[in-house]
Design a binder for this molecule. Sequence first.
Ligand SMILES: Nc1ncnc2c1ncn2[C@@H]1O[C@H](COP(=O)(O)OP(=O)(O)O)[C@@H](O)[C@H]1O
Ligand SMILES: [Mg+2]
Length: 385
Amino acid sequence: MKRISVCVDVQTQHVRDLILACLAEDKTFEPSLGSAPAGAQLYIREVGGRLQEALAELAELRAHYPNLEIALTSAASDSSTLLCCMDAGIRYFLPQPVHPKDIRAVLRRYLDRQSSEAPPPKRALVIGVIGAKGGVGATTLAVNLALAYQQNLPEGGVLLLDANIPHGDAGLFLDLTPQLDLATIVADISRLDTVLLESAMASHSSGLRYLATVRQYEDLPLSTPESMSHVLSLAQGMFEVIVIDLGTYYGRVTMKFLELADVFLLVTEPALSCLHNAASFTGYASQRSPGLAEKILVILNRVHDRAPYSIADMEKAIGRPFYWRLPNDYQTAGTAKEIGQPVVLGAPKSRLATAIRELAQSLLPQPGSGKRKRGLFGLRLFNRD
Ligand SMILES: Nc1ncnc2c1ncn2[C@@H]1O[C@H](COP(=O)(O)OP(=O)(O)O)[C@@H](O)[C@H]1O
Ligand SMILES: [Mg+2]
């Protein structure tokens, strides 16, 4: 049986002892003491006089760990304190003096909630797409990949998240101009839930959902690694696949997405400056951690016969093989953009669309890989008839 880890952060000794004694009655719980609830599922925290400060701190914690449940204990248990706690998303409150029956009731309510929340949330396959520089085809790839998956899934199966901040133009490729964007929904992160998230998305006729990037310069501070990881974590429970267009934005938010993604496609062209940027980013990621670098798959876009370098030379320059090569298909790609009909939909038989569908297929988790992604195994994006 998997035990539930509980972090107990309570200074008043007799309150702490009572809580630990109640937790010890049920072997489901695995208590630990401390003020760092990373990895815990339930965090029991005592709050003294500075309630607002503590709630702000806890809101930040919840943004970091959206699945963490928090129980507060405090000597102040007047109605305004309780309302503030509820407003901050704190579901459990233990007024002091604390009685064992109240602690047991909170623990029982927590367990009931966990069991009633079945089935477990979907964990979407998350694919980041970034360009080695502007204009290399990152958005073309992100949009068409998302559509390739959506074509094989029920309506609303795939989210295209535009995180090319603030110049995302994926909506243009789909002929969509949503009213709301990422900034609207992270403006008050504590209120963000799946309903609000869904309301900010636009629906494409293919069934794809699209969430626009933070578009206003004054909203840029709203896009933080914490707020974006909260959005992603919520969205992962709602979709089978999430494709994120990061444009050429290399910053803290991108590094967070790299950490959270299953795969990260780094798009380059056969040009020296792009290859240089690709090599320096993969080099930086390896320095941070080999796990991060392994997620990066370099895609060579616009492959053509007259490329100035051989594939072998380009691979030597970036220090790794290209994961996939996409043909140069100027006519098809250009027309697609002009008419707002991406190649996978408008020119499905073109070499470019075929190569993108095959790439999409290859990124799906393989049976037996241990990376279970609900509903994605066995998906055939490629018509083999
Ligand atoms: N494989 C390709 N062949 C020909 N043209 C392409 C290809 N991929 C992208 N393009 C074109 O390159 C231009 C830039 O593409 P875009 O996806 O907007 O790049 P980015 O998002 O990296 O800035 C667009 O006009 C697009 O039609
Ligand atoms: Mg782009």
